[in-house]
Design a protein around this ligand. Structure first.
Ligand code: AMP
Length: 224
């Protein structure tokens, strides 16, 4: 099952994505994690992406498509993959559909995590993230240790107020149209002329509230 997680930064895609991937026994691809690791290791990919990421802007579609293509060709992802933070633009959605179709696969479900912008800004401003395993913690001080791997918690550069504003703008302007793009192709779309019978199921999730409750809603929405 190939699942796309959509939603603004701070909506909990990473946390829920991890749980879904574990439950279904498939890998999770988080482009943000791949890019941050590349920045830390100063690889050519990291050097290309660093400035845009720190500003809170999106990195170019071609870069993301390259990462996606490589990850989807891995034998480990043949049974499916949870895509966290990919796709973020319509060209990426088109590219993903093309790559999957070349592999005889398709996007089966799109989970849309919905949270108001005020709450997102509150969460991101109070967030510290493990520099080793990327686990986010709300309300913990940078410099303290990760519960999972004892790595150091740091404030991500793009969790500073200026970058948060850019990320919200990028979401509104570039990612929200992706929601409409999938809904148009969705199996649950009302207009039979627009609907693609192999299109994904689009599930809207109110991502405000208890993490375990949200996991229950998500797994039910996936029929798992
Ligand atoms: P995230 O960890 O998902 O919040 O991603 C952190 C940053 O990585 C984003 O603000 C972008 O700069 C970049 N990024 C991650 N995924 C994508 C994507 N699919 N398209 C463009 N930029 C991305």
């Amino acid at each position: 099952m190939n699942i796309v997680l959509l939603g603004p930064p701070g909506a909990g895609k990473g946390t829920q994505g991890e749980r879904i991937a574990t439950r279904l026994g498939i890998p999770k691809l988080a482009t943000g994690d791949v890019l941050r690791a590349a920045v830390t290791q100063k690889t050519p990919l990291g050097l290309e992406a660093k400035a845009a990421m720190e500003r809170g802007d999106l990195v170019p579609d071609a870069v993301i498509l390259g990462i996606m293509k490589e990850a989807l060709a891995e034998p480990g992802s043949a049974r499916g993959v949870v895509l966290d933070g990919v796709v973020r633009t319509v060209p990426q959605a088109e590219g993903l559909a093309r790559v999957l179709s070349e592999l005889g696969r398709q996007v089966d479900a799109v989970l849309l995590f919905e949270v108001g912008e005020d709450e997102l800004v509150r969460r991101l401003s109070a967030r510290a993230t493990c520099e080793s395993c990327q686990t986010p913690y709300t309300g913990r001080e940078p410099g303290t240790k990760c519960d999972k791997c004892s790595g150091k918690l740091v404030r991500r550069k793009d969790d500073e107020p200026e970058a948060i504003r850019s990320r919200m703008r990028a979401y509104r302007e570039q990612t929200e149209p992706v929601v409409a793009w999938y809904e148009k192709r969705s199996r649950t779309h009302d207009d039979p002329n627009e609907r693609d019978h192999n299109g994904p199921r689009v599930v809207r999730v109110n991502a405000l509230g208890d993490i375990d409750e949200i996991t229950k809603i998500v797994t039910k929405g996936l029929g798992k």
